[in-house]
Design a protein around this ligand. Structure first.
Ligand code: NAD
Length: 473
């Protein structure tokens, strides 16, 4: 049983002013495995003040100095990989193959930012002017529970690389993972106040960060509803915002696709991170002429997909993170049935033989029309919808008929044809016959999937403001 009773402010682990205790769970067993004492608005204000004090000196550090710091952060986080792995399995319930990737990723994103920084020019020429990229100030970084360490380190890495100082508010449900990351980052020995980590509730700590006049920038990953609240709150002080929000990503399977490849790809894209992924390919668009064949292959493939104990190496889908999330997913499965969609795999309740834990049956609906609730709203669980289309034009129209635009997938035997379809899809990323991540490429959403981009040069520049110097030689 872990008791986490410290927050990290001004280079030190301190007892929070906040007095509320929050239970941490093992979602595979529904047991309480720890408690965290939450920060409150006063702690957020202290953290912002520390970051504000640290900013003038830190913003004037050189690129080389910041590279050294980022390399130390990378080494320190990498050294905690195994501990982080155990926490991810226990506190989040990620299956071990996924958890290993998730435990490596926080160090990887730090290394990627170093690569970007090495070649980045902070000054460029525009006509007769020098344009200097200047760090924005104190950055508020607000992150969700579905990839806790990765989001903390990814946002912090870009902020530090730019010369910003930071106040981080991770999800309260990931406090054990946050403790490990915080200890590692502390060991990296950054100047006091450069980063501060205050785990607390969104409507107190998150709201204070979003409203505070000394915070210049918010980088938020989470739901579209909260993203809109943050945008409204931040408008009062004209904060710069990066919002990485929800998705309802289309997986467009063209009529020439080889289903032996397309079906496993669709399942991996749909069930990744146990379905708790903003980029999950949850709307599978299949040509009407080959629908029966696709459904049959899906049925077989889903039957071979194991949902259960995350510690079993054969498991592909772990539990939902919380009871609330489990109930939400169950409700959507019920809505799908009620709307007249046809279950071809899964359904309500737990997988067969599983007695406890927030496990969901891997579920696939067919006969879904794009106006059904299950095709329009983000479910955030292993629940997929197959939507039939007549021709490629209709497939593109359905793919774009959504309020989201985070990611899309196109599968075809003909790369040029797939590329032509990808060109017409409104999404921040389109994956053509692949699920491979590219850390140098920008990531972010069109429409209500967000504002701005993370990763690579675009992600770095999101923490800076261009300043033109005229009259210089
Ligand atoms: P959430 O929006 O409920 O919470 C995200 C974070 O915001 C948490 O730290 C939460 O405490 C905080 N928060 C809540 N209310 C707040 C407020 N009023 N002001 C400031 N902060 C507040 O999301 P979640 O349930 O933790 O995560 C799931 C959601 O995140 C899904 O919708 C998913 O699509 C999205 N997500 C997006 C991406 C992406 O990169 N686009 C990645 C992962 C998850």
């Amino acid at each position: 049983m872990q008791q986490i009773d410290k927050v990290y402010i001004d280079g030190a682990f301190v007892t929070p002013h906040g007095e509320e205790w929050f239970d941490l769970h093992d979602p595979a067993k529904e047991t309480v495995i720890g408690k965290v004492r939450l920060a409150d608005a006063e702690d957020a204000r202290r953290a912002i003040a520390a970051a504000k004090r640290a900013f003038p000196a830190f913003s004037r550090t050189s690129k080389e100095e910041r590279i050294v710091l980022l390399e130390r952060m990378h080494a320190a986080v990498q050294a905690r990989e195994d501990e982080l792995f155990d926490a991810i399995v226990e506190e989040y319930g990620a299956p071990i193959s996924r958890a290993r990737w998730m435990a490596k990723y926080p160090a990887d994103v730090l290394a990627e930012v170093v690569k970007v920084l090495r070649t980045y020019e902070f000054t460029r020429r525009a006509g007769t002017a020098d344009v200097v990229m200047q760090p924005l100030g104190v950055a508020g970084l607000i992150t969700p529970w579905n990839s806790n360490g990765g989001f903390i380190c990814g946002k912090l890495a870009a902020a530090i690389a730019a010369g910003c100082t930071a106040v981080i508010k991770p999800s309260e449900m990931s406090a054990i993972q946050t403790r490990i990351i915080t200890e590692a980052l502390h060991e990296a020995g950054l100047p006091a106040g450069v980063f501060n980590i205050v785990t607390g509730r969104g409507d107190t700590v998150g709201a204070e960060i979003s409203a505070h006049p000394d915070v210049a920038k918010i980088s938020f990953t989470g739901s579209t509803a909260v993203g809109k609240t943050i945008l409204r709150t931040g408008a009062e002080t004209l904060k710069r915002v990066t919002l990485e929000l929800g998705g309802k990503s289309p997986m467009v399977i063209l009529d020439d696709a080889d289903f032996a490849e397309a079906v496993p790809l669709a399942l991996q894209a749909g069930f990744m991170n146990s379905g708790q992924a903003c980029i999950a390919g949850t709307r599978i668009l299949v040509p009407q002429s080959r629908l029966a064949e696709f459904e049959e292959k899906m049925r077989v493939a889903v039957a071979g997909t194991q949902a259960g104990d995350p510690r079993d190496p054969a498991t592909q889908i772990g539990p939902m993170v919380s009871r609330k999330q489990w109930e939400r997913v169950q409700r959507y499965i019920g809505i799908g049935i009620g709307e007249g969609a046809r279950l071809i795999a899964g359904g309500e309740g737990r997988p067969e033989g599983v007695e406890r834990g927030w496990f969901v049956r891997p579920t696939v609906f067919s006969g879904v029309s794009n106006d059904m609730t299950i095709a329009r709203e983000e479910i955030f669980g292993p629940v997929l919808s197959i939507i039939a289309y007549r021709d490629t034009e209709e497939a593109i129209a359905i793919a774009n008929d959504t309020s989201y635009g985070l990611q899309a997938y196109v599968v075809s035997a003909d790369a040029a044809r797939a590329r032509a379809v990808a060109n017409r899809i409104d999404a921040g990323r389109v994956m053509i016959n692949t699920l491979a991540h590219e850390p140098a490429a920008p990531f972010g959403g069109f429409k209500q999937s967000g504002i701005g981009r993370e990763y690579g040069t675009f992600g770095l520049e999101a923490f800076m403001e261009p300043k033109s110097l005229l009259g210089v030689n």
